[in-house]
Design a protein around this ligand. Structure first.
Ligand code: FAD
Ligand code: UDP
Length: 392
C-alpha cells in the first residue's frame, strides 16, 4: 500500500514526493504519462550534443529564499540573467521596454526622468485596470502597446489582450532605467547540469517509486494507496464535467546550425511578424560551449499538450466550479500549474507544493463541505469518489 500516489513528475509532484518520502517517511508512487521525469522543464542532449529544453526555454528566477535554498539541495547553479530583445520596426531592441529601448527605437538620448515624461505624455490613464490591454496602455500608451504587446499577445493567447486578465502583461514591466534584464529577481540561476539532473537527484530515494509511460487512469484502481496528489489538468480529472478548460499549447520547432552563435541574446521576441512568438538559443541559458548551436521557435496553438492556462474571467469562473468540486474530495489534493489552473512560474509551483506539504505534514486536512476531511465518512478509495461525482 502506498501512502501517496502522485500524478505528474513535474515540479509540483516531485517536490511533494521528495518531501513526503524524506521528511515524513511516506511510501510514494509518482506516475507520469510521459517517458521522462521533470514535467515541462525536462531537458536533454540533442543529437548534436547540445543541451535543449524539450518544452521550451525554462529560466529559473525567484525572490524566495526558501524556494532557492530548497532546490539548492539537489543542484549546483550557474548564475544567469536572461536578456530578451524584441524585433520592432526593423531593429532589435530590449524588452521590457526601458530607457535603452526608447532611445534606440526613436533615435533619442533621453535620461531616466525624460523617459518617464515620454511615457506619461503617451500613457492613457485608466481608472480601473482589468485587462492586459489596460496595463500597457495605462503605462505607455497605444503606440508602444501596438509595437510590443498587441501582436505578440494575440499570437500567444489566440485572443485580444483586452480579453485577458491584467496579470498576463503585468508580468513584463515598463522601466525608466537602463536595466535590460528580463527578470529582476534576487535569485537568477540555471541548474548547473540541467533540470533533468536536478529531478533525478530530487527523486532518488528508496521511499519513492517512479512509473513512467502511464496514464494514472489506467492504473489507479489497481494500485492501493491512501491519498492522491494530482498535478495534471483539473478538468481532465473530473472528465470535463463542467466543460473543457481552455489551455494554450505550443509547437516547438528545433533547429541546429553549424555555427557557434545564431542570435545576439538568449531570446528574441517577434511581436509583429512571423507565426512564432520567439526564438531561443539554448547555449546562452546553459552556458555550454559547442561549435554548433541549437535554437527553438515557439508557435502557439489551441491544440496539443496543455501548457498555459488562459487567465480571463470566463475561464476563471469555470475553474472555480472545478475547485469547489475538488474541495469535496477529502483525500485528493490538487496542486501545480494545471492542477490549480494558474499561470505559475516554476518557483511559484515549488512554493505551492512546499506549502501543501506543510499542511499534509501537520495533519491539517481539507475542509470538506464545511467539515474537516477526517470527520466525514466518505470512502477512502479515490476512484469511488470520482465515480460518484461523474454519476451524480
Ligand atoms: P508540469 O511540469 O506540466 O507537470 C505535470 C505532469 O503531469 C506532466 O509531466 C504530465 O505529463 C503529467 N500528467 C498530466 N496528466 C497526467 C495523467 N493523466 N497521467 C499521468 N501523468 C499526467 N517557468 C519559469 O519559472 N521560468 C520560465 O522560463 C518558464 N518558461 C516556460 C516556457 C514554456 C513554453 C512553458 C509551457 C512553461 C514555462 N514555465 C516557466 C512554467 C513552468 O513550466 C511551470 O511553472 C512548471 O513546469 C509547472 O510544473 P507542474 O509540475 O505544475 O506541471
Ligand atoms: N508579452 C508581449 N510581448 C513581449 C513579451 C511578452 O506581448 O515581447 C506579453 C504576452 O502576452 C506574454 C506575456 O506578456 O504572453 C507574458 O510574457 P512572458 O515572457 O512572461 O511569457 P512566458 O515566458 O510565460 O511565455
Amino acid at each position: 500500500m502506498f501512502d501517496y500516489l502522485i500524478v505528474g513528475a513535474g515540479f509540483a509532484g516531485s517536490v511533494l514526493a521528495e518531501r513526503l518520502a524524506t521528511q515524513s517517511h511516506k511510501k510514494v508512487l509518482i506516475i507520469d504519462k510521459r517517458n521522462h521525469i521533470g514535467g515541462n522543464t525536462y531537458d536533454y542532449y540533442d543529437e548534436h550534443g547540445i543541451l535543449v529544453h524539450k518544452y521550451g526555454p525554462h529560466i529559473f528566477h525567484t525572490n524566495s529564499f526558501e524556494v532557492f535554498s530548497y532546490l539548492s539541495k539537489f543542484t549546483q547553479w550557474r548564475q544567469y540573467e536572461h536578456c530578451v530583445l524584441a524585433s520592432v520596426d526593423g531593429q532589435l531592441v530590449p524588452i521590457p521596454i526601458n530607457q535603452n529601448t526608447i532611445n534606440c527605437l526613436y533615435g533619442l538620448n533621453l535620461n531616466s526622468e525624460e523617459v518617464a515624461e515620454f511615457y506619461n505624455n503617451r500613457a492613457e490613464k485608466r481608472t480601473i485596470i482589468k485587462t492586459s490591454e489596460d496595463v500597457v496602455i495605462n503605462a505607455v500608451g497605444k503606440e508602444l502597446y501596438e509595437k510590443f504587446f498587441k501582436g505578440y499577445s494575440k499570437k500567444q493567447w489566440g485572443i485580444d489582450p483586452s480579453e485577458l486578465d491584467a496579470s498576463v502583461t503585468a508580468r513584463v514591466p515598463t522601466r525608466t532605467n537602463k536595466d535590460n534584464r528580463y527578470f529582476t529577481d534576487t535569485y537568477q540561476s540555471m541548474p548547473l547540469h540541467g533540470y533533468t539532473k536536478l529531478f533525478e537527484s530530487m527523486l532518488s530515494h528508496p521511499g519513492i517509486k517512479i512509473m513512467l509511460n502511464t496514464d494514472y487512469k489506467d492504473v489507479i484502481d489497481i494500485i492501493p494507496h491512501k491519498k492522491l496528489i494530482y498535478t495534471g489538468p483539473v478538468d481532465d480529472y473530473f472528465n470535463n464535467c463542467y466543460g473543457k478548460l481552455p489551455y494554450r499549447s505550443i509547437d516547438f520547432k528545433f533547429e541546429t546550425f553549424d555555427t557557434e552563435c545564431f542570435q545576439p541574446t538568449g531570446t528574441v521576441n517577434y511581436p509583429n511578424n512571423h507565426a512564432y512568438t520567439r526564438i531561443t538559443e539554448f547555449k546562452y541559458l546553459t552556458g555550454q560551449t559547442h561549435h554548433k548551436t541549437s535554437i527553438v521557435y515557439e508557435y502557439p496553438t489551441a491544440e496539443g499538450d496543455p501548457y498555459y492556462p488562459i487567465p480571463c474571467p470566463e475561464n476563471n469562473n469555470m475553474y472555480r466550479k472545478y475547485k469547489l468540486l475538488a474541495d469535496t474530495l477529502p483525500n485528493v489534493y490538487f496542486t501545480g500549474r494545471l492542477g490549480t489552473y494558474k499561470y505559475y512560474n516554476m518557483d511559484q509551483v515549488v512554493a505551492q507544493s512546499l506549502a501543501l506539504f506543510k499542511k499534509l505534514s501537520t495533519g491539517e486536512t481539507k475542509e470538506v463541505n464545511g467539515h474537516k476531511g477526517e470527520l466525514i465518512k466518505i470512502e477512502n478509495k479515490i476512484s469511488d469518489d470520482r465515480n460518484r461525482i461523474y454519476k451524480s
